[in-house]
Design a protein around this ligand. Structure first.
Ligand code: TYM
Length: 334
């Protein structure tokens, strides 16, 4: 709690171009929850270097990501939008939590298994302890709620396990966070392979809608989306492609799957696919316009970056000092 408000923390990696999955699974919910909580929305640039990055490109992507948070509708004066690398407490707490996390737990993480298969030439220790840094992000702010997509659920569970383990030794130090998963959009799949999640790093760019894709590109990708030969619009496991399109349509229009199935009853995929495309285009348009406007506001964005880094450091230091004291690090002499 800060004052009488509960605390929300979430973050995104500054790698690749954000996809519709990132938006519908996370960012959209960040916006809708912002007023109810004291919020920390982090650009997790430290997580990004678990795979090799071009320095200039990383810097640019991190700034674009921060602007996208704002463009999506998060007011940076009321919500703490900041870079992870500007707040040293993340790395410091991560080190401490590393000493309370077991190798076996980390070995079970599916993201680690996937990423080490994909980057077999660079299975570094950072990739392995990635979830510990994520736990540090969340626990540092005593977050009550963490809005994420379903693919992050396992990381949230290990965060809770680490926090509980620490608390059982040292008393009530950390708040145990809860995940928040939206009703629609918590798991958006690739348009080209509906069994695979839509991902920034997918080599087949037709499978992903990027937030900055222009309307023609979005419409073309939806028209090419892989479906099935059943031919009717129904929400079930067997029609994974159509089910994904229904999820996307629901998340963009705030309708339920039942309403969508009724709306398109008797209609074919040729009509449904462009309708989904149009819903996405109109959902993304205000965000894209605002992003282009913010690109010109250099001084304003710089002041947000500076002020919010200070705010995040202030709150995170409170937890960090408490943890350091509990585990027996010598007190600072003032
Ligand atoms: P990242 O950067 O991969 O994704 C950012 C957010 O987008 C969600 N997401 C999706 N949701 C639905 N469908 C999809 N296809 C899809 N793809 C991505 C993710 O679930 C996530 O919410 N480890 C995190 C970043 C992180 C973090 C944190 C998150 C670091 N520290 C602390 C929360 C709290 C990650 O790699 O997300």
């Amino acid at each position: 709690m800060i004052g009488d408000e509960k605390i929300l923390f979430s973050g995104m990696q500054a790698t690749g171009n954000l996809t519709l999955g990132n938006y519908l699974g996370a960012l959209k919910n960040w916006v809708s929850l912002a007023d109810e909580y004291t919020t920390f929305y982090c650009v997790v640039d430290e997580h990004s270097i678990t795979v090799r990055q071009d320095p200039a490109e990383l810097r640019k992507r991190a700034r674009n990501l921060l602007m996208l948070y704002i463009a999506a509708g998060i007011d940076p004066e009321k919500n703490c939008i900041y870079y992870q690398s500007h707040v040293s407490g993340h790395a410091e707490l991560a080190w401490i939590l590393n000493c309370f996390t077991y190798m076996g737990e980390l070995q079970r993480m599916t993201q680690f298994k996937d990423k080490s298969a994909k980057h077999a030439d660079n299975i570094n220790a950072g990739l392995f302890t990635y979830p510990v840094l994520m736990a540090a992000d969340i626990l540092l702010y005593q977050a009550d709620v963490v809005p994420v997509g379903k693919d992050q659920q396992q990381h949230l569970e290990i965060t809770r396990d680490i926090a509980q383990r620490f608390n059982s030794i040292y008393g009530d130090v950390f708040t145990i966070p809860e995940g928040y998963y939206g009703k629609a959009g918590a798991r958006i799949m690739s348009l080209q392979d509906p069994d695979k999640k839509m991902s920034k790093s997918d080599e087949n760019t037709n499978g992903s809608i990027y937030l900055m894709d222009d309307p023609d590109t979005i419409m073309r990708k939806f028209k090419r989306a892989v479906t099935d030969s059943v031919g009717s619009i129904a929400y079930n496991e067997e029609q994974a492609g159509i089910r994904n399109l229904i999820d996307i349509y629901c998340a963009c229009t705030d309708k339920t799957p039942e309403e969508v199935v009724r709306e398109f009853d008797g209609k074919g995929y040729g009509e449904f696919k462009p309708a989904v495309g149009e819903a996405v285009v109109s959902r993304l348009k205000p965000l894209q316009d605002e992003f282009h406007r913010l690109e010109k506001e250099k001084g304003y964005i710089d002041s947000i970056i500076k002020n919010n880094a200070e705010k995040a450091s202030y709150y995170s230091n409170k937890t960090l000092r408490k943890v350091q004291k509990k585990i027996g690090f010598p007190e600072r002499i003032r």
